[in-house]
Design a protein around this ligand. Structure first.
Ligand SMILES: *Cc1c(COP(=O)(O)O)cnc(C)c1O
Length: 432
């Protein structure tokens, strides 16, 4: 499906788009509460209906009846590779190049250290002491890089620049460029191939975090000639809360890169029980400990819910949805005489991921959290990202054009009526 060429104005326009949408039936594969418009699938993806039965079967039969034999008979031991292979085509990786394990934060630590080991084994290494990233990267990525720097006794330090200055910040002192492909706050997407080329030309390696890309935006790691990538299982891949993450390494690095969490699952022969670590060939060396089978079973259903729809079709629908939403918010706020929201996400579709973010301005400064709470009270679930971002994720597998319309109406209404000013919307919860 292509982005509509004329601006979508009415609810009937949206109903017509939903009728023409070949992915519309996909929504029936998900558990979505009635009366809720869920615009937070970029933070916690919705639950595929297949998941509950699959996890129940793992519990009742595979674990309950077959006990430890299931490591072999139910394919538990191969689950990290099997689910990795299901993710691979969405990110431009080949079979056998992706494993699922640990969390995004932990996988980032592993690949950063592996990249550092490669860089420092090369001749020009002593001069390279910088990890270049952007100040607006997701904090855990920055914290992990800072932690690695401390562990390495300050031999590498994090250089933070704004997103427009990344290319110019990469130089002969750069060891690693560490970026998130789609920014979690703004939804702005980096040009992966160009930045990777600039980094390589300067002799640096590149680590891409695909947390807000995988499952929503087609990624081509091989075409971009990337070095390392990691990503999240519980966002657009619908793997469930705390789902394990994935890790990819370009095969040219496989046999020369050692990661620091050298656990037995990444050993060449875990069941030889040798006292000496010997890394498995290929990506398997990025495994650490025993795989979380219940979580992997849920993630496998989540990945299927996306893979079966096709990433190209999902991307086309995602862009159509976000474009409609931006147009409708502009139009509704304009009609209501509200010059209230600044679009933070790129207006150019090719430059944004699958979310739309705004920053309230004028009288609304400081009210972002309350606006989000007022919308949630109406069943429109978006989220607040400090300090002042109003964020709406559009998971194309289960959202309709009428959802985008109704959410835009609700937003304009909450602003026009000043509903957000109600005291009950001002109280902050721990998780925002
Ligand atoms: C969501 C997200 C994470 C999450 O990391 P966890 O280890 O799963 O908590 C990391 N990086 C980015 C860029 C994210 O968007």
């Amino acid at each position: 499906m292509n982005s509509p060429t004329v601006p979508v104005k009415t609810r009937d326009d949206c109903i017509a788009l939903d009728r023409a949408d070949r992915l519309a039936i996909w929504r029936e594969r998900f558990s979505l509460p009635r009366g809720v418009i869920y615009l937070d699938g970029n933070s916690l993806g919705a639950q595929p209906l297949a998941t509950a039965a699959r996890v129940a079967d793992v519990i009742a039969r595979e674990w309950g009846q077959d006990l430890i034999g299931s490591w072999n008979t139910a394919g538990w031991i191969a689950a990290p590779q099997r689910v990795g292979d299901a993710i691979a085509p969405m990110i431009g990786a080949a079979p056998g190049e992706v494993v699922v394990c640990d969390s995004t934060s932990i996988n980032l630590f592993k690949v950063l250290n592996a990249a550092w080991n490669i860089v420092t084994s090369e001749a020009r290494a002593p001069l390279r002491d910088r990890i270049v990233s952007e100040s607006d990267n997701f904090p855990t990525d920055l914290y992990i890089a800072q932690g690695l720097g401390a562990l390495l006794g300050g031999r590498v330090r994090l250089d933070l620049v704004d997103s427009a200055s990344i290319a110019s910040a990469i130089d002969s002192r750069t060891a690693i460029v560490m970026l998130t492909h789609v920014n979690y706050r703004s939804g702005a997407m980096h040009d992966m191939a160009t930045i990777t080329r600039i980094a390589h030309d300067a002799g640096a390696l590149v680590v891409w975090d695909l947390a807000h890309s995988a499952g929503a935006v087609p990624v081509d790691l091989h075409a971009a000639n990337a070095d390392f990538a990691i990503g999240c299982g519980y966002k657009y891949l619908n793997g469930g809360p705390g789902a394990p993450a994935f890790v990819w390494v370009h095969p040219r690095h496989h046999d020369r890169c050692l990661q620091p969490l050298s656990g037995w699952m990444g050993h060449a022969e875990p069941f030889a029980f040798s006292p000496v670590y010997a890394p498995a060939p290929g990506i398997a060396r990025f495994l650490c400990g025993t795989p979380p089978i219940l979580s992997l079973a849920a993630l496998e259903c989540g990945v299927a819910s996306i893979a079966d729809a096709g990433i190209a079709a999902l991307r086309a629908k995602s862009l159509a949805l976000t474009t409609c939403f931006i147009d409708m918010v502009d139009a509704r706020c304009g009609e209501a005489g509200l010059d209230a929201l600044e679009l933070v996400s790129p207006r150019e579709p090719a430059h944004r991921g699958s979310q739309v973010s705004f920053r309230p301005k004028g009288k609304l400064v400081g009210e972002t959290y309350a606006i989000v709470q007022a919308l949630i009270a109406r069943g429109v679930i978006g989220d607040f990202r400090a300090p002042d971002i109003l964020r709406f994720g559009f998971a194309p597998a289960y959202l309709r054009f009428v959802d985008a319309f109704d959410a835009a109406e609700a937003l304009a209404d909450v602003l026009a009526t000043r509903e957000y000013a109600d005291a009950r919307f001002q109280v902050k919860a721990v998780v925002t």
